[in-house]
Design a protein around this ligand. Structure first.
Ligand code: F6P
Length: 366
């Protein structure tokens, strides 16, 4: 008997989500004759079967995934506020609180006679998937995030595209920095992990790269700027990960809303303000923000997302649940969901790539 499989996209979007959906639906339908339910806005469509956002829970046909390979975003919609174990509800007086609606999700899963779920998401979604497995849902996970911070895979899709966008921005910034003899600070995403900052910084020839993993001393950055000026290089480019923090200090963030991750904001502006005390040079800050999350996926991400999708479909068909697809040494493999969420993948301050950047004269603000 053919399977009834749900698919959802959870957490922040990233380029390549649609390519995974296309691959899962194509293999699931063409090869195995599944019925496939696209769940709207992460798990919102299972928390409440009457949930009606612009996309809507819908049974997907091949026609629905035509032309999706190159399209950014997710046709299923997504949300980082639909964790069923910490679901935010608003009381009549306007106050909010978190409740556990996971039993309701399981009831709806049974009501729809679903056999399995393909959950495309980051560390948060994988951890929710592992908890739902504990309640009897049959899940296969697919790792996405521009941050590239999932421990069990060599790479998540979305990262390559984000690095490409940030690198292009740095190339553009260099022209104007050079013309005006300015210190330009460019803030990129990366809350716990500095992979985007490190790779875009290297690809874009940054002079300083400030990462969440290496607390910085602003004096070290000021020294680098002065040293460059002494050599006749009157501009400098500083890449700042949004999660960068000064030695002994904390990340720069807004007040946390219930059910949401803390919103990071202001890391590069803070560095600029600190630098202005030490260096007499004009400075400008550019925050790339969500530009890094949109647009068409790179060739690399299209291929990775497609391969992940094919593998996820094969795992479901083989009833290999509780797994996440992962890239290991060029091959797509299945790892245990538990392994996937065990530890995040962070930049090692003593890794080869960081040492090589240091060899080039890049400062990490140590
Ligand atoms: O995890 C991906 C990410 O883009 C982070 O780099 C960033 O901190 C966060 O999501 C932003 O989330 P939101 O879109 O909810 O503001």
């Amino acid at each position: 008997m053919s399977l009834r499989v749900a698919i959802n996209t959870g957490g922040g979007d990233c380029p390549g989500l649609n390519a995974v959906i296309r691959a899962v639906v194509t293999v699931g339908k063409e090869r195995y004759g599944w019925e496939i339910l696209g769940v709207e806005d992460a798990l919102s469509g299972l928390v409440d079967l009457d949930y009606r956002g612009p996309n809507g829970n819908r049974w997907l046909e091949l026609a629905d995934v035509r032309g999706l390979l190159a399209r950014g975003g997710t046709v299923l919609g997504t949300s980082n506020r639909s964790d069923p174990f910490h679901f935010v509800v608003t009381d009549p007086d306007g106050s909010t609180r978190e409740i556990d609606v996971s039993d309701r999700v399981m009831e709806n899963y049974a009501k729809l006679r679903l056999d399995a779920m393909v959950a495309i998401g980051g560390d948060g979604s994988m951890s929710i998937s592992a908890q739902l497995m504990g309640k009897g849902m049959k899940v296969v996970g697919v790792p996405k995030t521009i941050d590239n911070d999932l421990g069990a895979t060599d790479q998540t899709f979305g990262f390559d595209t984000a690095v490409g966008i940030a690198t292009e921005a740095l190339d553009r910034i260099r022209d104007t920095a050079d013309s005006h003899d300015r210190v330009m600070l460019v803030e990129v995403m990366g809350r716990h992990a500095g992979w985007i900052a490190l790779h875009a910084g290297l690809a874009g020839g940054a002079d300083a790269i400030l990462l969440p993993e290496i607390p910085y001393r602003v004096e070290a950055v000021a020294e680098l700027i002065e040293a460059r000026r002494a050599r006749g290089k009157n501009y400098s480019i500083i890449v700042v990960a949004e999660g960068a923090k000064p030695l002994g200090g904390a990340v720069s963030q807004l007040e946390r809303q219930l059910g949401e991750m803390p919103r990071l904001m202001g890391a590069a502006h803070r560095v600029a303000a600190q630098l202005e005390e030490l260096v007499d040079a004009p400075m400008r800050v550019t925050v790339l923000g969500h530009i890094q999350r949109g647009g068409s996926p790179s060739n690399f991400d299209r291929v990775l997302a497609t391969r992940y999708g094919v593998m996820a479909a094969e795992l479901v068909q083989a009833r290999q649940f509780g797994k996440m697809v992962a890239l290991r040494n060029g091959e797509i493999v299945a790892v245990d969901l538990k392994e996937a969420i065990a530890a995040p993948k962070l930049v090692d301050p003593r890794s080869q790539i960081v040492e090589q950047a240091r060899a080039l004269g890049v400062t990490f603000g140590e």
